[in-house]
Ligand binder design. Structure first.
Ligand SMILES: [Zn+2]
Length: 334
């Protein structure tokens, strides 16, 4: 919130500027903001929790509520917008503006762009959440002035966006960057995608939470016991950070182990793609510095000498708002 306050003080709303609403539609929350398209600054924001297994109308209504909140907060009317961009956590049909399948949200085949465009009477564009967060970092964050980079976001799952020659690379059928599903153990843990041994099942926050729950059930003592939902295995990054601060043995061990796997994933990216920069974002990276530091150490130890020599591994600069800013930039991309 501090960032928003600061930005509000430094950028008043002038009609000469172009604004768009960016919406980050994730598995746990919906974030929206009015964004100045010329400088990527956030003028206002709105937030709501994502409900699981929703009706299509309910999904649209919740998105409308968050967009309304951001518009009211910025004192901007829809007819002053250049458009609305949405980044959704799932597979999307960009042309039709349809959210095809979103495992973490619990819906499929939801037409999003058209009903929102009809309501606000401005163009509405849809992209994948990781893709738009990468776009945000490319235009206004840690990816500025960088031709080749990979943005990796670690949270509930692990996703990445690839930038090549200064533009996003989506792959032949639009699904490039699924680093969470590179296989690190063919006989390993079951992943949400149905395959065995995917990186995501070892290095995400969900994987850390599962590991911790198993240990707690075996009776291991830990500060985190009161902060975790033992049934659902839900654990916030902030709670992990607090436990690390208190030098909680179990949590430190589980985080280091997950980071070891993530470092291997990064080394694979470095060897294969030889990017100039790797940008790491998402709750776990932002909140838990031990995880970030360990990932960097392992990646540099593990990757080949030549790609390691000049690699820059940095944190995302737009924090929670790379998705919102990037989604707004979809309006300019068209
Ligand atoms: Zn998988």
């Amino acid at each position: 919130m501090c960032m928003i306050m600061l930005l509000r003080q430094t950028c008043g709303v002038s009609m000469a500027e172009k604004y768009a609403v960016g919406v980050d539609f994730g598995g746990t929350k919906i974030l929206a903001g009015v964004v100045n398209l010329d400088n990527g600054r956030l003028v206002s924001s709105g937030k709501k929790k994502t409900r699981q297994v929703q009706e299509h109308d309910d999904v649209i209504k919740r998105l409308n509520d968050v967009i309304d909140e951001a518009l009211i907060d910025a004192a901007i009317r829809p007819n002053q917008l250049a458009g609305i961009g949405i980044g959704a956590a799932g597979q999307v049909d960009r042309k039709k503006g349809v959210l095809v399948y979103a495992a973490n949200i619990g819906v499929s085949d939801v037409p999003l762009a058209q009903p929102i465009s009809n309501r606000y009477k401005v163009p509405c564009y849809l992209g994948n959440d990781v893709e738009v967060a990468t776009l945000g970092e490319l235009k206004f964050g840690a990816g500025r002035r960088c031709d080749s980079f990979v943005c990796i976001f670690v949270g509930t799952g692990i996703g990445s966006g690839i930038v090549s020659g200064g533009t996003p690379w989506r792959g032949h059928t639009g699904s490039a960057g699924e680093i969470g599903h590179i296989v690190i153990d063919p006989h390993g843990r079951l992943c949400g995608c149905g395959a065995l041994g995917c990186l995501e099942a070892y290095a995400s926050r969900t994987a850390i939470a599962k590991h911790i729950v198993n240990e707690l059930k075996r009776g291991t003592d830990s500060f985190i016991r009161d902060k975790i939902d033992l049934q659902k295995g839900i654990l916030r990054s902030k709670a992990l950070a607090e436990a690390v601060q208190m030098q909680d043995e179990l949590v430190v061990h589980c985080i280091k182990e997950a980071a070891e796997f993530m470092g291997m994933g990064l080394a694979t990216v470095m060897n294969f793609y030889n990017p100039q920069r790797i940008i790491l974002g998402g709750g776990l990276i932002q909140e838990v510095d031990l995880y970030f530091q360990q990932v960097v150490k392992v990646a540099k130890r593990q990757a080949l000498k030549v790609p390691t020599k000049k690699i820059e591994i940095v944190k995302a600069e737009l924090g929670d708002y790379s998705g919102v800013v990037g989604a707004a930039m979809l309006v300019r991309q068209q």
